[in-house]
Design a protein. Structure first.
Length: 177
């Protein structure tokens, strides 16, 4: 009886190409709208979120027993959710570094990271508009809205419009109101 139960459990876990048991990976569900959705939240996969905590362990797998590979130490930094498993979310940062993080450490609040050198934030979403500020690569800003080419952001008390392709944390086709 015990052998049968162990065999059933082993068959339920995903296997790697070498036959080793691999970490669980979220299987998305295709929604009626044609969007891949997370099995736990029914939210789109992939999607952007932000780090709620000032320090968060990023693990190799979706449980406390998995090894910590990274520690994210920047509250508000944007992260891309690429998988879900129980209370865990598989995330990557702007450099593609990531792993599994507990859902309590992330927020749905949208932020972006400046990805282009000396990005100007302008008074209007027009290339010739006056600049409110110039932001350096790596600055994290709150995302307020986006049209086809521009996003309204706020960083350190300065707000204005930035060209969407100068930001990491928003898809190029995404429109936010």
């Amino acid at each position: 009886m015990i052998r049968v139960l162990l065999l059933i459990v082993a068959l339920a876990l995903p296997l790697s190409a070498t036959g080793q048991v691999s970490e669980p990976v979220a299987n998305g569900v295709m929604g009626a709208d044609g969007v891949l959705r997370g099995p736990e939240t029914n939210l789109p996969i992939p999607r952007f979120v932000s780090l709620k905590a000032s320090e968060a362990n990023v693990r190799r797998g979706p449980s406390l027993s998995h090894r910590i590979d990274w520690v994210f130490m920047r509250e508000g930094m944007p992260l891309r959710v690429i998988g879900e498993y129980g209370h865990w979310r598989r995330v990557v940062d702007n450099e593609g570094v990531g792993g599994w993080i507990h859902y309590s450490l992330i927020s749905g609040k949208r932020t972006v990271m400046i990805a282009s050198e000396d990005t100007s934030i302008l008074m209007r979403p027009e290339a010739k508009a006056p600049a409110n500020a110039i932001l350096e690569v790596g600055v994290v800003a709150e995302l307020k809205e986006c049209n086809q080419d521009w996003c309204l952001i706020e960083a350190d008390g300065h707000d204005g419009w930035a060209v969407k392709n100068a930001l990491w944390g928003v898809d190029q086709t995404e429109i936010l109101e």
